[in-house]
Design a protein around this ligand. Structure first.
Ligand SMILES: *[C@@H]1O[C@H](CO)[C@@H](O)[C@H](O)[C@H]1NC(C)=O
Length: 184
């Protein structure tokens, strides 16, 4: 009897250990904070500029992707001189804001694996397909490459004007919207 109980406890402990280890291996999430620095940021799309007085959270992971992943849609310009910073990561080019394109938070961008793939975005009672062309960097920010904007939150679909228009959101309400998305 005593032996049996001990074996069972041992087995349970082993399972818990393996489960924890597995999770860490699978996600490898690095969460941190970075200190802002002052710089000039393009505020045409109501972007927040970094401040040297603040710290900003960073995260290499995003929430798990399902057929209906919740996210926050934000507005981004992918044009030269726009608030998107440099060229898009997937093709090293600027893009017209008339294209149906998005940038995804670092975890969802998945080391470029979603580059040039399409996602379906559901929002405002409508649906639109858009191409992934860039990363919304959740690990770095507050420097020139990121237009002195803070790191991206880890649940962002950062979309062109065209995506917002296709969802039928009036221009004066474009900026931030709860949506769901999936791989198309
Ligand atoms: C990233 O890509 C790998 C390989 O294609 C896939 O197994 C994994 O689920 C992807 N992760 C996310 C968060 O999309």
């Amino acid at each position: 009897m005593k032996f049996k109980n001990t074996s069972i406890s041992f087995l349970v402990m082993l399972l818990v250990f393996v489960a924890c280890f597995w999770k860490t291996e699978a996600q490898r999430c690095i969460v941190g904070r970075l200190r802002g620095q002052d710089g000039t940021c393009n505020q045409e799309n109501d972007a927040d500029c970094c401040s040297a007085d603040e710290e900003y959270p960073t995260n290499t992971c995003s929430p798990p992707v399902t057929g209906n992943t919740r996210a926050v849609l934000t507005l981004n310009s992918f044009e030269a001189g726009g608030d998107g910073g440099g060229e898009s990561t997937c093709d090293n080019k600027y893009h017209s804001d008339n294209e149906l394109i998005v940038a995804l938070s670092t975890g969802w961008f998945n080391k470029s694996k979603r580059c040039n793939k399409f996602v379906t975005i559901n929002g405002n009672g409508r649906r639109v397909k858009a191409k992934v062309v860039d990363e919304c960097d959740s690990t770095m920010g507050c420097d020139e490459e990121h237009d002195f904007q803070p790191p991206c939150r880890n649940n962002i679909v950062d979309a062109s004007r065209a995506v917002w228009n296709s969802l039928g959101v009036p221009r004066d309400r474009q900026g931030e919207l709860d949506i769901t998305w999936s791989d198309a």
